[in-house]
Structures are given as structure tokens and as C-alpha cells.
Design a protein around this ligand. Structure first.
Ligand code: SAM
Ligand code: SF4
Length: 327
């Protein structure tokens, strides 16, 4: 079957699949503190529906799926979904983005079901800063992270949102931490997503070019590569296995190589993190659409994919919360 290619010649081979918009943390750049306005359970795609949609994506050339959210481990029986996705023709890579609070309990089942690698959000190694950013306990996250490592999930990538005045004193410490534990480290620039009550991208934005320059003063960095590295640009610390990635949606956007779409928990395909263009699959699925109609709908969604986001030109244009789209 013909593969999915958008109007700008980009082949879509990656889906970020949000299995819930709920989360047990409240990172201030992602979700407002008292937020409770979640999607109602009757609108969540069921595991049968998700498997059907991902099966269609697999037949259209999508090979990689990342489970995300919200916090994906908040969704019950996630390993069951992973096993079903792992059995789909075409899908050969299943990864997970998590805050790791529940990893101690689920790491082994997830690995056995077919999760090969994980990304863990970790913005600070200081309990009080971690609490200030996420509202949660650092200790629990570190415990989950170590459980994941001990289960053999690899590589484990640490995602650190770089924030001026919040965690900008800790970049070197995070590099040392990742060196010690064999993790990959990725820095992320704050993006202007939904109005969380704190404008992280305006008040705490840090251009990662300056972060990189600062790290180069302390560590010997050379350009590196990371298989399946996505939009990050990688450097390697000489004499070690440590790779450091820089995800720079604002200072150096990477839209021309964007290979992904997002499927939210309510069955909406979002074609760009920073734009509205979307297509709702749930009504079609629940009206009993045929496979041909499903393929057509996915192709129509991909046709809507805009050329690029406008985070930089229109930072005031706040769209959905990251937790709704599936970050
Ligand atoms: N709960 C999981 C986690 O935290 O990894 C998965 C979902 S979370 C929305 C995915 C990633 O999006 C995290 O690494 C988080 O730091 C990042 N993120 C959320 N809001 C962001 C924002 N406004 N700017 C930059 N990154 C953001
Ligand atoms: Fe939850 Fe992840 Fe958003 Fe933090 S970034 S609030 S952990 S979904």
C-alpha cells in the first residue's frame, strides 16, 4: 500500500499516541495546577479502537509508535495495549515517554510486552526544585528510573526542559548524573503551549545554543549520532558513551524533517504540535467505518499537515496543553 507522504514531501512513519490526557504530576509548563477538565472516559479510544487505528497506520508505512500522554502509566492495563501494538504488521518500534512515578510497578511488564526504550522527564535533581516544577516527589521518580534501568530498558533518555531561573544551575550536574547511570540526556526548549497560568516560554525560555556553549566549557563535546534520535541534535562527551541532545523547536526549528503525527486520547489526529490542523477519527470509528474509509481519513489528515509551526513568530498563539495533544 502507498506510504503516507504529506504535501511537502515528508514521509510520515512515526505516531505519538496519547493514551490519556491525565497525569499524576503538574509540571507548570504543561498543565495548570488545579486542572481537572479532562476528556471524559466515554471519549477515550478503547484499546480495540487504538489497535485498529494503529494497524491502519502500520499498513500505511508507520513503523514507530511512542506511547505518551498525559502520563501514559495512568491508563490502566497499558502493557496489554503494548502487546497488541507489538503484534501489528509494520510496527517495529514501541517506545514510551513517562514521568517514571509508576515505573517501579510497571517496568518489567512493559518491557515484556514490547516497550524497547523510554524517555523520562527529569527537570531537576534537587527535591525542592523538582517539587516547584512538577508538584511531585523527586525520590519516587528516581526510584522508578532506577527500576527501569535495572529491568534492562535501553536506551533511557532523560528529557530536561531548560528553564532560566529554575534549573539553569543544574545542567552540569545532570550531565554527571547521566554519565554515572548510563543515560542519554536531552535538553528541551520551553514551548508556548496552552495557558497553564505560568508563561514558561516567556519567563523562563533559554536558547539551547547558549546551554551548549556553556557545557562546552566544562566537557569535551564532539558531534554525535543517536539511532532513532528524532529532532534532537546530538553531541557526544569525548571518551564516554554519553550523548547529549538539544531539542530546539524555537531557536532552530526542525519542521522540514518532521515525520510524525499525533493521535490524542479522544481519537483526534493532530498534524502539528503548534498548529490547529486536525482530523477527528472517533466519530468515523464509532459509526462503523470500513477499513478503506479509515485509510482515506488518515490520508486526509496527513494532507492537512502544515509546513511548520509558528511558535517563534506568534508566541502569543497558545493552543492546547501539551498533555492534551500528547507531547
Ligand atoms: N508525562 C510524560 C512525560 O512527562 O514525559 C509524557 C508526556 S509529556 C507532555 C512529554 C514531554 O513534553 C515531556 O518531556 C515534557 O517535559 C514536555 N513538555 C510539556 N510541556 C512542554 C512545554 N510547554 N515546552 C517544552 N516541553 C514541554
Ligand atoms: Fe505530566 Fe508529563 Fe505534563 Fe509533567 S510534562 S504534567 S509529567 S504530562
Amino acid at each position: 500500500m502507498a506510504q503516507l507522504t504529506d504535501r511537502f514531501g515528508r514521509q510520515i512513519e512515526y505516531v505519538r499516541l496519547s493514551v490519556t490526557d491525565q497525569c499524576d504530576l503538574r509540571c507548570f509548563y504543561c498543565m495548570p495546577r488545579g486542572f481537572r477538565d479532562f476528556e471524559e472516559p466515554g471519549h477515550w479510544l478503547t484499546f480495540d479502537e487504538i489497535t485498529r487505528v494503529m494497524g491502519a497506520f502500520g499498513r500505511l508505512g508507520v513503523q514507530r509508535v511512542r506511547l505518551t500522554g498525559g502520563e501514559p502509566l495512568v491508563r490502566k492495563n497499558l502493557p496489554d495495549l503494548v502487546s497488541r501494538l507489538a503484534a501489528l504488521p509494520g510496527i517495529n518500534d514501541i517506545s514510551l515517554s513517562t514521568n517514571a512515578t509508576r515505573m517501579r510497578k510497571h517496568a518489567r511488564a512493559l518491557r515484556d510486552a514490547g516497550v524497547s526504550r523510554i524517555n523520562v522527564s527529569l527537570d531537576s535533581l534537587k527535591p525542592e526544585v523538582f517539587k516547584q516544577v512538577t508538584g511531585g516527589k523527586l525520590e519516587k521518580v528516581l526510584d522508578g528510573l532506577m527500576a527501569a534501568r535495572d529491568t534492562g530498558l535501553s536506551p533511557i533518555k532523560i528529557n530536561m526542559v531548560a528553564m532560566k531561573g529554575v534549573n539553569d544551575g543544574e545542567f552540569e550536574d545532570m550531565v554527571e548524573f547521566c554519565l554515572e547511570h548510563g543515560f542519554t540526556l536531552r535538553f528541551i526548549e520551553t514551548m508556548p503551549m496552552g495557558d497553564t497560568g505560568r508563561h514558561a516560554s516567556r519567563d523562563h525560555y533559554l536558547d539551547l545554543q547558549t546551554v551548549r556553549a556553556r557545557l562546552e566549557e566544562r566537557f569535551d563535546l564532539v558531534p554525535g549520532v543517536m539511532p532513532g534520535g528524532g529532532p534532537a541534535r546530538y553531541m557526544q562527551v569525548v571518551g564516554t558513551d554519553l550523548r547529549i541532545g538539544f531539542i530546539t523547536p524555537i531557536s532552530q526549528h526542525f519542521c522540514e524533517t518532521c515525520n510524525r503525527v499525533r493521535l490524542s486520547v479522544d481519537g483526534t489526529i493532530y498534524t502539528c504540535l503548534g498548529q490547529e490542523h486536525n482530523l477527528e477519527l472517533r466519530p468515523l470509528l464509532r459509526a462503523g467505518c470500513s477499513d478503506t474509509e479509515l485509510f482515506d481519513a488518515i490520508r486526509r489528515a496527513v494532507d492537512l499537515k502544515p509546513e511548520r509551526h509558528e511558535f517563534r513568530d506568534r508566541p502569543e498563539k497558545l493552543l492546547r496543553f501539551m498533555s492534551m495533544t500528547g507531547g
